[in-house]
Structures are given as structure tokens and as C-alpha cells.
Design a protein around this ligand. Structure first.
Ligand code: E4P
Length: 218
């Protein structure tokens, strides 16, 4: 399973990249706003900066909600760097735009997906990635991981090549659950990735090994 980092924060992206396990980055307008990135030029420069750090796919989201606007924006974004994946919301014009981008060879991430039906349309339009939002479904007492599992199964039955990118991941446990149901990618906060490393028996075992070594070796 690939790991994407779900942030626009350059320090966090550098830190995850230095760990050597980072496959890409996803951003959205809220994450860009959190970093205080404003103005079209600054936003574009920020995407380029992210692409310079990461050697993998970087999702950049369109703001337009109409077909023509999405196409215009998406083509500019895709021209910034070969690693850019144009992120498009799962609405009617978005599906049309994904089909358009697919025919032009521009890769896409169909975002804000909350149902198997939406995932089906994304795949039929040729999306490179589909992003079911795990945490936001859990927030409304639905089952986000069950949706990821459903989409993985349905795509494999019919041989759709769209990759299932589990988004809105909040915890380390979510990452493990994504692995268990066969998600292609999980886009996670850095804290959830770091959480994978933590185990009290690793810490106590290491402390014992070092203490035993030092008893004999000073
Ligand atoms: C990434 O592609 C999504 O935009 C992101 O994972 C949403 O996460 P959130 O539900 O924590 O805002």
C-alpha cells in the first residue's frame, strides 16, 4: 500500500520524505488555507515546491465547480509538474471533467467520495484515483472503512484500473484497516504514520538490549 501525506505543510512533507516511505502528497483548499497560502501564483508555486520535495504524485485540487472552469484550471495545474494529479470533486461536471482529462492523458483524483455509486462513476470516467473519505463517514456514525472495502471489491470484480486512495484518515488504526481491506493508497496525517512505529515492547526491549550491552562494555 502506498503512503501519501495529507498536508500542504512543507516541513511535514520533508520529515515524511526523509523517513523514506513517502509515495506522494494530497492537498485540498482547506489544507492550503491552513498554511496561509493565498493567491493563484503563490498556490501554484507551493505545488511546485511540494513536487520538488516528493518524488511521487501530488494532488492539486480545482476550485471551479463548472466543467469549463475545471478544465481550464486543471490544465494549468497539470502543466506545473509531471507529478501533479488534478483533484476534482465528485459532482456531475467533475465526472465530465475527469473524462475530458482522461482523454488528454491528464491524471485525476476524484475527491469527496462517500458512496459506491460515486466511486463507480469516477472509475467509469477513468479517474486515476478515487478518494473515499473514511474519517468524515465515521464522524456521522457511518463506516468509512466498509466503504473502502466495498470499492476495492467492486473495482476488482470489474477490473477497473482506478486506484482506491483512502482519504480523511485520522488514526494509525485507520491505516491498518486500509491495509486489511486492500486499499491501494492511504493518505494520512504525519502523526498517524509516526504512530505505526510506536510500540511499548519495542521501547522496553531496546532499553534492555542497550543496558545489557553497557553492563559489559561500559
Ligand atoms: C485528501 O485527499 C482529503 O481532502 C483529506 O484527506 C480530507 O481529510 P479531512 O476529512 O480530515 O479533512
Amino acid at each position: 500500500m502506498k503512503f501519501f501525506l495529507d498536508t500542504a505543510n512543507l516541513d511535514q512533507i520533508r520529515e515524511a520524505n526523509d523517513l523514506g516511505v513517502l509515495d506522494g502528497v494530497t492537498t485540498n483548499p482547506s489544507l492550503m488555507a491552513k498554511e496561509g497560502i493565498r493567491g493563484e501564483e503563490n498556490i501554484r508555486n507551493h505545488y511546485v515546491e511540494i513536487c520538488r520535495i516528493v518524488g511521487g504524485d501530488v494532488s492539486a485540487e480545482v476550485i471551479s465547480t463548472d466543467f469549463e472552469g475545471m478544465v481550464r484550471e486543471g490544465e494549468v495545474l497539470a502543466d506545473l509538474d509531471p507529478h501533479i494529479v488534478v483533484k476534482v470533486p465528485c459532482i456531475a461536471d467533475g465526472i465530465k471533467a475527469i473524462r475530458h482529462f482522461t482523454t488528454k492523458g491528464i491524471r485525476t483524483n476524484c475527491t469527496l467520495v462517500f458512496s459506491p455509486g460515486q466511486a463507480l462513476l469516477a472509475a467509469k470516467a477513468g479517474a486515476t484515483y478515487v478518494s473515499p473519505f473514511v474519517g468524515r463517514l465515521d464522524d456521522i456514525s457511518s463506516d468509512g472503512i466498509a466503504l473502502v472495502a466495498q470499492i476495492v471489491k467492486m473495482y476488482s470484480y470489474y477490473g477497473y484500473s482506478t486506484e482506491v486512495l483512502a482519504a480523511s484518515i485520522r488514526t494509525t488504526q485507520h491505516i491498518i484497516q486500509c491495509l486489511e481491506v486492500g486499499a491501494d493508497v492511504a493518505t494520512c496525517p504525519l502523526s498517524a504514520i509516526k504512530g505505526l512505529l510506536r510500540h511499548p515492547l519495542t521501547d522496553s526491549g531496546l532499553a534492555t538490549f542497550l543496558a545489557d550491552y553497557h553492563k559489559l562494555n561500559g
